[in-house]
Write a protein that binds this ligand. Structure first.
Ligand code: SF4
Ligand code: SF4
Length: 175
């Protein structure tokens, strides 16, 4: 699983890292996200990280991610924690301060995506969904092996219409 973290995510460690500035505006921006209202209540107990199922796969633990947010460090968007989070909500359930941690991470994913900081697999999945209406295209021979009918026809234009209405395909660098 380590390979996964090595293929993307520029921020891998605090060691030797020099931060240019602590950006209070960034903290405020995250506080304004859905679920971000209690962000500053974090007192770094690390209970979130203690229950996180991907804690042994990530470079930055979730309580460290929260610390970065409190310090207004936008580099947080380049941490693998943002994308390796499975959105299981364990941290959110465990937080003694009632912080909506998982919801905040959803927001960070969106922010990272808009800045083009996204694992390649997510980009190709989005494109595949748009072009073919599926994330994975089953082949006829696979279905034949299972004695199933041919792959049903799909109206890709309907899928495109739905995706266009969500503006998913327009998400890109906005700043
Ligand atoms: S469990 Fe809550 S209070 Fe504790 S470090 Fe995590 S976010 Fe902060
Ligand atoms: S929601 Fe994400 S960060 Fe929170 S415990 Fe689950 S995997 Fe870890």
């Amino acid at each position: 699983m380590k390979i996964m973290t090595e293929t993307w995510g520029q921020f891998k460690s605090f060691e030797g890292k020099q931060f240019k500035t602590f950006d209070a505006e960034f903290t405020q921006k995250v506080s304004n996200l859905l679920g971000g209202q209690d962000l500053t209540a974090c007192f770094q107990c690390a209970k979130c990280s203690a229950g996180c199922p991907v804690s042994d796969k990530v470079n930055i633990q979730v309580h460290e991610l929260m610390r970065m947010l409190l310090f207004g460090l936008e580099e947080v968007l380049e941490t693998d924690m943002v994308w390796l989070c499975t959105t299981c909500y364990t941290c959110q359930e465990r937080c003694p301060q009632g912080i909506d941690i998982t919801d905040i991470i959803f927001g960070l994913k969106n922010m990272a995506f808009q800045k083009g900081i996204t694992p390649a697999g997510y980009i190709s999945a989005r494109q595949s969904l748009y072009d073919k209406g599926r994330l994975y295209e089953p082949t006829d021979w696979e279905r034949e092996d299972l004695e199933l009918d041919d792959v049903p026809e799909l109206d890709v234009n309907e899928i495109k219409k739905m995706l266009e209405s969500t503006k998913l395909m327009k998400l890109q660098e906005t700043e």
